[in-house]
Design a protein. Structure first.
Length: 458
């Protein structure tokens, strides 16, 4: 696919790296020569220096032949205008724009209305807010990912020595669950290395376990894996930017929420906007302030400022002072890999969350949901079986007959409103949604080929 990425910042660079590894023709546009040079040294891509919304720059970037434009500059207005230019002058089939201001998203007619030039509008702040909200609502979860419009969820947890399922073989796990609860272990990461689970695989303490279940059964499975996690009630959010504000607004009626903001002017805005939250003015790395606010009695600490170092240091400090669960927003992947799982429970990567949302619209038409996992090395995919037994390589065939690479595992089939936990004898029907866990993203072309519908495939 011929793709133009507008903006070589952190999100644009992450998207370019992910797509360049999938045999796409990538052109990145930015007005910062240094960023482009650094990106070109790492990736096999083309770069163009210039203002992303100018027709001449888009023309030079090859917009005439582009199938997709992804506008992820730091300016919402530039992203909107660039998509408009690509649509009006170059008839680009698909235009995706990153919009940070929620007010634009509140008026869909700006993008999707009559004459709208943006096919997909994505808000990283809204995505991160929803992601963190799910983690808070599921104590003990490392990731909570939706499939089938939220009907089914893939959850990552760390197995604890006190859990009923720790030390058990996978074949025996259902014996320890309440009647009617079913789930599938999709993958296990042990000391950072992936394991494709088999019936005889034994879950060990400290394993990172990904499991698939219906939303209503998630809590029961998590309790079996980890024991009873304490329900969160008191939250402290450090950082009153768009993410911190939206998170506090979403949770303040369910939890006791405090927001810590360094800027007095911004704190005033927060206090006027929030109804049931307490707004504090101060530095998130101020030990005395955290002590005064009883950080040891706080259930979850969320460091969501725009400074990676401040988030890391304050989260580590909160953990040392007795907060049982701390989350830190970390933009640099190297930082996230360094600290997660140690004194910081969860490193939230805006780039990976945004990338997963983008991949959903970039991949083959049969893939309706894509989540990027393990810093982009693995993926969880929801693919739809389209066509019939003549045109599809999966319809009319049992799971054991579907040819997938060794690194890909079908873990569930959503048929209508029901989740069918993957068993070798399930026969795929038209419009089934298959949940696939891919441990090695390099095998993606083979997975895409398996779900592609052709005129005839045999």
């Amino acid at each position: 696919m011929n793709i133009i990425i507008l903006g070589a910042g952190q999100v644009g660079s992450s998207v370019a790296a992910a797509l360049a590894s999938e045999n796409n023709d990538i052109t990145v546009v930015d007005n910062n020569q240094t960023r482009l040079r650094e990106l070109a040294e790492k990736l096999d891509i083309r770069t163009v220096l210039g203002h992303a919304s100018l027709p001449s720059v888009l023309d030079h970037a090859g917009a005439d032949d582009a199938e997709l434009v992804i506008a992820v500059t730091s300016s919402d207005e530039v992203n909107l205008i660039a998509c408009q230019v690509a649509d009006a002058l170059f008839k680009t089939p698909t235009k995706i724009a990153r919009l940070r201001q929620s007010e634009y998203l509140q008026h869909p007619e700006i993008t999707a209305g009559r004459g709208g030039s943006v096919d997909v509008a994505i808000s990283p702040e809204a995505l991160v807010c929803k992601y963190v909200q799910r983690l808070i609502e599921h104590p003990g979860a490392l990731q909570v990912l939706d499939f089938a419009d939220g009907q089914v969820q893939l959850v990552a947890v760390r197995a604890l020595s006190g859990g009923k399922l720790t030390g058990q073989e996978i074949r025996n796990l259902r014996e320890h669950l309440p009647p009617g609860v079913d789930f599938r272990v999709a993958a296990i990461f042990r000391r950072g290395k992936p394991i494709i689970p088999e019936a005889s695989t034994c879950i060990e303490a400290d394993d990172e376990v990904f499991f698939l279940a219906e939303r209503r059964d998630i809590r029961a499975v998590m309790q079996a894996l980890r024991g009873q996690d304490k329900t969160a009630r008191r939250l402290l959010i450090a950082g009153g930017g768009n993410i911190g504000l939206n998170l506090a607004r979403a949770l303040e009626n369910q939890f006791s929420v405090k927001v810590l903001e360094r800027s007095r002017d911004r704190a005033k805005v927060l206090a006027e906007d929030l109804q049931n939250s307490i707004v504090l003015i101060g530095d998130c790395a101020d030990e005395d302030l955290l002590r005064e606010e009883n950080i040891d009695q706080t259930d979850v600490y969320c460091a969501l400022t725009n400074d990676d170092e401040a988030n890391i240091l304050s989260a580590m400090l909160a953990k040392r002072m007795g907060c049982p669960r701390v989350l830190a927003l970390i933009n640099r992947p190297a930082y996230a890999e360094l600290v997660e799982g140690g004194s910081i429970d969860i490193a939230v990567s805006p780039q990976q969350i945004t990338l997963g949302a983008l991949l959903t619209y970039i991949r083959s038409g049969t893939m309706v949901r894509v989540h990027s996992l393990r810093r982009g090395l693995a993926e969880a995919i929801e693919a739809v079986a389209i066509g019939d037994s003549r045109t599809s390589k999966v319809i009319g065939r049992s799971l054991e007959e579907i040819e997938l690479p060794e690194a890909a595992v079908i873990v569930g089939v959503v048929r209508g409103e029901k989740l069918l936990i993957a068993h070798h004898d399930i026969v795929i029907e038209p419009n089934d949604h298959l949940i696939v866990f891919l441990l090695d993203k390099r095998q993606l072309p083979k997975v895409e080929a398996a779900f592609r519908a052709d005129a005839t495939w045999f």
